[in-house]
Ligand binder design. Structure first.
Ligand SMILES: [Zn+2]
Length: 100
């Protein structure tokens, strides 16, 4: 499989979105109207924005994989990601609450 040989630009895209650039942040923020996508608080500089990787891959910075969050909501994401096992078992009980 050659890098440039494909008919799609999948490889190039992946490279392009490997780091969270300013323009990607801008795209996500405009899409969310500069608000937290969990609690809808407006960002004021000290409370965000922070960016959550929805699929958990830090190398996947496509705007579709990112959510802008305030500092409080991002705290939950960090906890969730560092305690995946614990949260995972909780999720079975709380799944309906979270809508997943
Ligand atoms: Zn929030």
């Amino acid at each position: 499989m050659s890098f440039f040989g494909g008919t799609t630009s999948g490889n190039i895209d992946r490279k392009k979105y490997e780091s969270l650039t300013l323009s990607i942040r801008q795209t996500v923020l405009e899409r969310s109207h500069h608000r937290c996508q969990k609690c809808s608080v407006k960002f004021r500089g000290s409370n965000g924005p922070f960016f959550e990787h929805i699929n958990g891959s830090l190398k996947d910075n496509r705007p579709s994989n990112l959510r802008s969050l305030c500092d409080k909501c991002f705290e939950h994401v960090k906890k969730k990601e560092s305690r995946k096992g614990f949260f995972g078992s909780m999720r079975n009980n709380l799944g309906q609450v979270f809508g997943n």
